[in-house]
Design a protein around this ligand. Structure first.
Ligand SMILES: [Zn+2]
Length: 41
């Protein structure tokens, strides 16, 4: 199962939830892909 959750706040990449696993991160109520989440830290 693959569900579109939203897009990365920084780069606009689409974030999906796949089998309950989010291929991004929720930080401060915003959605980030892993690349942008890593740069934010
Ligand atoms: Zn991004």
């Amino acid at each position: 199962m693959r569900e579109l959750v939203g897009t990365c706040t920084v780069c606009g990449k689409e974030i999906y939830c796949e089998d309950g696993f989010l291929n991004g991160e929720h930080l401060d109520n915003e959605l980030y892909c892993f690349d942008c989440a890593a740069e934010k830290e």
